[in-house]
Design a protein around this ligand. Structure first.
Ligand SMILES: Nc1ncnc2c1ncn2[C@@H]1O[C@H](COP(=O)(O)OP(=O)(O)OP(=O)(O)O)[C@@H](O)[C@H]1O
Length: 323
């Protein structure tokens, strides 16, 4: 898709526009130029799944008349779920590059109330992707927002003037109903052409109301590396289509779980002497080590928590349900 403008990545620094000491009006959003290199051409995933997503995005982008005809707001919700390192953030970057949209990355734990959330959304523009990452960590789905302790030190630091509402106040809440209202509310029909993307590592923790079709229209499982995705990464990183070690990798990937991020890391040359042979050998060694760890009852996914197996099962069940 043609990219013809400078895209921006926005992040919320306040809950709404505010005036600093000099009377200058400052936006709730701060932005940098968005220059992420990830595109669908370098995103490793099952080719059929990738095509399905690209078709969906293309239909959305070209859907102005369709949405007007059926009387729906021109917006679409995506839920990306799967273990850490499976490419959820990479997918969002690829989406923005493909659609030529800006990204509004909302740090929900910094938003004090449902009203403030609405104010933030009202300041977003058309042709944008509104992202809330790790939605299960940001919102206690019984209604109360979790607090972010780390933010408390903010106003001790030097730097530009801080918006008054970003200082130490962690008392207010964004609730599930506030979030639902944001997705469904009347305002969301204004301006048009917005994707709303939630990501989570724990899909089962999300309230079904939040992710039902109509809100999160498309559920995408980002999974551990399959052989197809590995072949794609081998082509991208090592420029090889086939190799004597491919069968061993194929077998091992069917036996153990490794994220595309870890596969990519193993395929990255570490010295000037490294080549396809040594990188693939390193990958096989790492996969064999994972297999051994698994056989010995150790969790091989470096630093994973005890919930990993449950999460994997949950994600697999959710994917099955989504079909
Ligand atoms: N499917 C993939 N194809 C190509 N690169 C990938 C893929 N998945 C992950 N990577 C690379 O691995 C790194 C980590 O990926 P990313 O941050 O997108 O994972 P994530 O699922 O968002 O993780 P988290 O849940 O921890 O935020 C990035 O550099 C990304 O480019």
């Amino acid at each position: 898709m043609v990219q013809n403008r400078q895209r921006k990545l926005f992040t919320n620094i306040s809950t709404h526009s505010w005036s600093d000491a000099d009377g200058l009006v400052r936006s709730a959003w701060s932005h940098v130029v968005f220059e992420h290199p990830k595109t669908f051409d370098t995103l490793a995933m099952d080719p059929a799944k990738k095509k399905e997503i690209l078709d969906d995005l293309t239909m959305f982008k070209n859907g102005k008349e369709y949405y007007a005809r059926v009387g729906k707001a021109w917006k679409r919700g995506y839920l990306l779920y799967g273990p850490p390192g499976t490419g959820k953030s990479a997918m969002i970057a690829a989406m923005a590059n493909y659609l030529d949209y800006d990204i509004y990355d909302i740090e929900l734990t910094s938003v004090h109330s449902n009203t403030d959330l609405r104010k933030l959304f009202i300041e977003t523009t058309s042709k944008s992707i509104i992202v809330i990452e790790d939605i299960d960590c940001s919102l206690d789905l019984t209604g109360a927002r979790k607090k972010k302790e780390a933010a408390a030190d903010d106003d001790k630091k030097d730097g530009p003037p801080k918006p008054p509402d970003m200082k130490k106040d962690t008392s207010s809440k964004v609730t599930l109903s506030g979030l639902l209202n944001f997705i469904d509310g009347l305002w969301s029909a204004c301006g048009g052409e917005r994707l709303i993307v939630f990501t989570t590592n724990h899909v089962k923790k999300l309230d079904p109301a939040l992710i039902r079709r109509g809100r999160m229209d498309k559920h995408i499982e980002m999974s551990y590396c399959c052989f197809e995705a590995f072949k794609f990464l081998a082509k991208t990183y090592l420029e090889v289509d086939s190799h004597g070690l491919f069968p061993a990798v194929k077998k091992l990937l069917s036996e153990v779980d490794m994220t595309p991020a870890d596969v990519a890391e193993n395929l990255t040359p570490k010295s000037l002497e490294d080549n396809a042979d040594s990188c693939l050998a390193a990958l096989v060694k790492e996969l064999e080590k994972l297999k051994e760890d698994k056989a010995n009852g150790r969790n091989g996914q470096g630093g994973g928590d005890d919930d990993d197996d449950d999460d994997e099962e949950d994600n697999a069940q959710a994917a099955e349900k989504d079909k």
